[in-house]
Design a protein around this ligand. Structure first.
Ligand code: KG4
Ligand code: ZN
Length: 337
């Protein structure tokens, strides 16, 4: 079965063609075109919702042609159309939803709505043909920090979350105060490898106690205050040390809560996904924790951690197999699990 999928929930416009065959368990990416708006939003220091929506409209037809061409298929080869309809920026989501809806209607194809977070997790299926629910999953991105108990391919229960900012937001804020352009997560990752993680004492984003909850606002503010105070005192800020201390504190907090979630659920498989799952230190820390507990660790290829439509396509496949299709009344929903 071939799936044409769309992703437009934030600042990447993406179209992909994915092939899935339930019988053989094959999941193949035939094309995965991502048009990033980073250069457009960089000058504002973050994503501007209206600008994002307009940029999606400009890009979506072109990247759809590109996705079909790269995959070597035409619309007549496509079996279903998948699209992210929640959560995300409403003006951004509406572009993908309306485009996918029109295409499905015009070609008489089933339309399958996909939750963006489930899509992030599903990206792991491409790397591991043996991965099968149930398992535990972390989605760590610019907008979410959620621990989910994945009971089946389509049934997710959120058991851990952040009370305020997402982990990616904290990375981006730390980057900004260190003079690294938006989105600075990947650069903080690189700087962290060069610094001393014991240099700066920062508060843990793990809420103390048993709750599987995070709060990233404290560490965000602490990094800003540290940099400003050092500046006011005439001291020099070692960006590598700040990045290393920040990264280790964040990685420890996430690893600690994931270990608690594994204890609570008894799951023996763990997937980490989302843009922040590209972080080399987080991958190493969680992998080590899993190895110590005989838990199988899965993480998508770095290229599939950020927003892309291939992850939406494979989740659309499982949603379709579970009987989930939408009609032309499908709407976009800004907030969702
Ligand atoms: O999943 P994603 O592409 O978009 C959302 O759904 O939010 O995640 C984007 C986030 C940004 O905050 C970005 O700085 C962060 O992922 N990110 C990283 C790394 N690569 C991307 N954070 C830490 N380390 C990285 N290597
Ligand atoms: Zn995302």
């Amino acid at each position: 079965m071939k799936i044409l999928a769309f992703e437009s929930s934030c600042d990447e416009t993406s179209a992909a063609v994915v092939e899935a065959d339930g019988g053989k368990g094959e999941r193949v990416i035939l094309s995965n075109i991502v048009a990033s708006q980073i250069d457009i939003h960089k000058r504002f220091g973050g994503v501007v919702p209206e600008v994002a929506g307009r940029a999606h409209i400009e890009a979506i037809s072109k990247i759809t042609h590109e996705a079909l061409k790269t995959a070597g298929v035409t619309l007549s080869d496509i079996d279903i159309i998948g699209v992210t309809n929640t959560p995300g920026l409403i003006g951004a989501l509406l572009v993908g939803v309306n485009f996918a809806k029109s295409l499905a209607f015009a070609n008489n194809l089933p339309l399958v709505p996909v939750n963006h977070l489930k899509g992030h997790v599903a990206a792991a299926y491409f790397g591991y043909s043996e991965l099968y629910p149930p398992y535990l999953a972390l989605v760590a991105s610019g907008a979410h920090t959620s621990i989910m108990d994945v009971k089946s391919h389509t049934e997710f229960e959120t058991i851990g979350f952040t009370r305020d900012d997402a982990v990616g937001e904290a990375f981006d804020k730390a980057a900004r105060v260190l003079g690294v352009p938006y989105p600075g997560g990947a650069e903080i990752d690189r700087l962290a490898s060069l610094g001393n993680p014991d240099a700066v004492k920062l508060p843990s984003p793990a809420i103390s106690g048993d709750a599987l909850e995070f709060s990233f606002s404290g560490i965000k503010t602490a990094v800003v205050n540290y940099v400003h105070n050092e500046g006011a005192r005439g001291g020099t800020v070692c960006r590598e040390d700040v990045a290393a201390s920040f990264t280790r504190t964040v990685c420890r907090a996430i690893t600690e809560k994931l270990a608690a979630a594994l204890d609570l659920t008894g799951r023996d498989k763990l997937v980490i996904a989302g843009g922040v799952a590209a972080n080399s230190h987080l991958r190493a820390a969680v992998s080590e924790m899993c190895a110590g507990r005989r838990v199988e660790f899965y993480v998508p290829d770095v290229k599939l951690c950020g927003d892309n439509a291939a992850m939406v396509g494979i989740q659309a496949y499982y949603e379709y197999m579970a009987g989930s299709t939408a009609d032309t009344a499908l709407n976009a929903v800004a907030t969702g699990d």
